[in-house]
Design a protein around this ligand. Structure first.
Ligand SMILES: [Cu+2]
Length: 170
């Protein structure tokens, strides 16, 4: 289990530096901006597909250590054709899950993706998942930033063991 995944944010996109053409202290400005905008991805796990399943679930913790809210728009995982951000909601007394288009994370707070709550739903593997391997995970935010990390492929058993409430997904 990887405890601390590497991450970084792209604060130096060409169009962003062009937004500050009159700035003469580019270097120090960039550092301040990078520290302000830290979004940290940890404990990322992706469940191996069950034999007949067309989708599988991924979980992680996302910490927004900045002074501004950040909005997660979408996720990509290497070798998966489609990844959606889902939430569970009570609809007419039933627990159902639905795709969400954006997830706002307040300043200095974190969101835990876990069984029964927010989760990633991955579909259409182009390369079969193998327990123990790490796939590249990319998170896209509304401000144009991206967070990169690795997501570890785990067995259902391991994922249930990690989850506190053991909610069965699907
Ligand atoms: Cu789902």
């Amino acid at each position: 289990m990887i405890k601390n995944l590497a991450f970084f944010m792209l604060c130096s996109l060409p169009w962003m530096s062009q937004a500050h053409p009159d700035h003469t202290h580019g270097e120090s400005h960039h550092h301040a901006h990078a520290e302000q905008g830290v979004v940290q991805l940890t404990h990322a796990t992706l469940r191996d597909f069950l034999p007949t399943a067309s989708s599988t679930a991924g979980y992680f913790t996302l910490a927004n250590n900045s002074q501004q809210a950040v909005t997660l728009l979408k996720a990509e995982i290497e070798g998966l054709g489609r990844v959606e951000v889902h939430e569970h909601a009570h609809v007419n007394g039933m627990m159902r899950m639905q795709k969400i288009e954006k997830l706002e994370i307040a300043p200095n707070s974190q969101v835990e993706f876990k069984p029964g709550g927010y989760h990633l739903m991955a579909f259409e593997p182009t390369k079969p998942l193998k327990v123990g391997e790490n796939r590249k995970l990319t998170l896209y935010f509304a401000d144009g930033n991206r967070v990169y990390g690795l997501i570890e492929v785990v067995s259902l058993k391991a994922q249930m063991h990690n989850a506190k409430n053991g909610h069965q997904h699907h």
